[in-house]
Design a protein around this ligand. Structure first.
Ligand SMILES: [Zn+2]
Length: 606
């Protein structure tokens, strides 16, 4: 063996460790040859003069992935034993692949240098104390890493190329199967089809994933298993929220083929352990998206609408979707004093109120307040219905016509760009075909130009598609007029749910703010419309029940003035004569006991 002379009695008196590793159980099953040759290393060690009693095989890492962050016991034991100084040599099938990372191998080589341990693989004997061997080891390590990289890149490139043609097979969501030719087709099982269609129908009706779960409460839902003992078989179970989201967000149901919707991200925690997590890529970053790849359960436009709807439901991300409660401004009202959103509280007396959410963390400013929902809602609804008078609607409709025109112009511009790109590509193609094949130099440059034109055409087509996707169809003018005419009736109809009213409100009003003001008996309400216009309303706040029953200030003033010099009976007569009412609204102060606690507490003569 190469470098056999480096082995001395110093090494032979110490243990020879044979370190075996094979990345996965599948590799272990399929590459038995490699495993066998790894065990054969023990024979090599014996041949190099190690007594059999000192040869040990460490195979605890067989079948354990070499992935980052996976603790590999065998490797740790190897390093520990070597640092104790009782190891003469370490044998491996490829010494630079003992560990997954070059850093780990370098650390091993460094310890081996200090402890005088040899590293041996079928290529030869390395003595890390020798600078030449160290350089060689480092070089081989770098080469090995490069080789792995090139292999992985080639595999990835092939995979990507197949995906770009829409031919890379990925597990299909339930509701789709591969036919004999390998194409993606809708599952022929009618019950499966119906279940999938009903998920989308339920979502369209109720607008939330939890609503779909509720619709499937007493119904079973199919799952087609991929791999494992159940491969290809259909199983039925409950439809959970996560699966509903998975279905609604899966572009496959809109007939699109997508590759790279998910990616893995690595993070290192403070202890140095590497964690890998799967993250979803935003739609704009999907590497491959082929629309109309197969038959869809929904259209692409419906898919996009569903995506937007789910985003608007995502309360954890700050969305405040309209809920079932009666308080109209829920989710769009905020405190004008501290800027925080106001919470909607439904009290036991069924009278909701909006409370500044600073109260919860006790950061209220002096003018933060709580307002009864009824008075704010009445004012806001009034402003909304005022804004929808026939005159205003006519104005809005002409603006809508303008918007529709702009939409058309935008997509018309994209259409023209495609037409021009197609013409350019055709011309480049004709020029290329017309050149004599012998005139290679010219042919080559014409070919390059043709390719560039084709790329530009593809880009223009994509832009057109994007323009058409982002422009939702506008309702017709007649529909709008009809709706606007009976809007107040519709608004107050008992069949209109609180949620529908909120949705309507939010189409025009962006948010509502309770502004601070000196008068506690009034509330200033700021309304910001989606157009950017703002309105301010001042409303009377209903008095608190305790405050309302208080003796009127004028009566109290009179008692304060006359009290010290007047008897009770005289005072009662004077109060009645002045026409004052009691706090309970009674027309007269009858006698001393009726003067009430307020008057009794005052300093008086008798
Ligand atoms: Zn506040």
């Amino acid at each position: 063996m190469n470098g056999e002379h480096k082995i001395t009695s110093f090494h032979r008196e110490r243990a020879a460790l044979i370190y075996l590793r094979q990345s996965s159980m599948a590799q272990l099953r399929q590459h038995t040859e490699s495993t066998r040759s790894q065990y054969g290393l023990a024979e090599t060690a014996a041949g190099l003069g190690w007594p059999r009693t000192l040869i040990e095989v460490i195979d605890t890492d067989l079948g354990i992935s070499g992935k980052w962050g996976v603790a590999r016991e065998g490797f740790t034991e190897l390093v520990t034993r070597m640092c104790r100084g009782d190891v003469g040599a370490i044998f491996g099938i490829e010494i630079t692949r003992l560990a997954r990372s070059n850093a780990d191998v370098a650390r091993l080589a460094e310890f081996a240098r200090i402890t005088g341990t040899l590293l041996i693989d079928p290529d030869g004997v390395y003595d890390p104390a020798d600078v030449n061997d160290r350089v060689l080891l480092g070089f081989k390590g770098t080469m090995g890493e490069m080789e792995l990289h090139v292999m992985a890149q080639r595999l990835q490139a092939n995979k990507r190329a197949a995906a770009e043609r829409g031919e890379l097979r990925t597990p299909l969501p339930v509701g789709y199967v591969h036919d004999d030719a390998g194409d993606v087709v809708i599952d022929p099982d009618a019950e499966v089809q119906a279940a999938i269609r009903d998920v989308f129908a339920a979502f369209a009706a109720c607008g939330s994933a939890y609503g779909v779960v509720a619709a499937f409460k007493d119904r079973r839902f199919p799952l087609r298993a991929y791999g494992g003992a159940w491969a290809g078989q259909l199983r039925w179970g409950r439809l959970a929220h996560a699966r509903v989201l998975g279905i609604l967000k899966n572009p496959g149901y809109a007939g699109a083929y997508v590759f790279g919707r998910y990616t893995s991200r690595r993070t290192v925690d403070p202890s140095g352990t590497v964690h890998t997590a799967i993250a979803e890529r935003p739609r704009a970053e999907w590497p491959v998206l082929i629309k109309d790849h197969h038959d869809g359960y929904i259209t692409w436009a419906e898919y996009l609408a569903g995506e937007a709807r789910l985003a608007a439901n995502h309360t954890a991300a700050g969305a405040r979707p309209p809920r079932e409660g009666t308080a109209l401004c829920q989710g769009i009202i905020s405190c004008g004093s501290c800027g925080k959103p106001m919470m909607t509280n439904y009290h036991t007396d069924q009278r909701p109120s909006y409370d500044c959410s600073s109260r919860r963390d006790q950061l209220t400013t002096p003018s933060c307040r709580s307002v009864a929902a009824a008075c704010v809602d009445a004012a806001v609804a009034g402003a909304l219905l005022n804004a929808l008078t026939p005159g205003q609607v006519a104005l809005a409709l002409s603006a809508a016509g303008e918007v529709a025109g702009r939409h058309q112009r935008a997509s018309r511009a994209a259409e023209l760009a495609v037409e021009r790109a197609r013409y350019d590509a055709g011309r480049a193609e004709r020029a290329f075909c017309a050149v004599e094949p012998e005139n290679r130099l010219v042919a080559r440059s014409l070919e390059a130009r043709w390719e560039a034109r084709l790329a530009a055409l593809a880009e223009a087509e994509q832009a057109l598609q994007a323009a058409q996707d982002t422009l939702p169809p506008l309702p017709s003018r007649d529909d709008l007029e009809k709706l606007a005419a009976d809007l107040p009736g519709l608004w107050n109809a008992p069949t209109t749910s609180a949620r529908d009213r909120k949705r309507l409100l939010r189409t025009l009003i962006a948010d509502v703010t309770v502004l601070p003001g000196p008068d506690r008996g009034k509330a200033r309400i700021g309304i910001r419309w989606h157009t950017g216009a703002t309105d301010e309303l001042t409303i009377d706040r209903p008095a608190h029940s305790g405050t309302a029953r208080r003796t009127p200030a004028a009566a109290v003033e009179l008692v304060k003035r006359l009290g010290p010099a007047t008897s009770n009976d005289e005072l009662v007569t004077r109060l009645n004569a002045a026409g004052h009412r009691t706090g309970h609204g009674r027309p007269a102060f009858l006698s001393t006991p009726a003067v009430g606690p307020t008057l009794r507490r005052m300093p008086r003569s008798s």
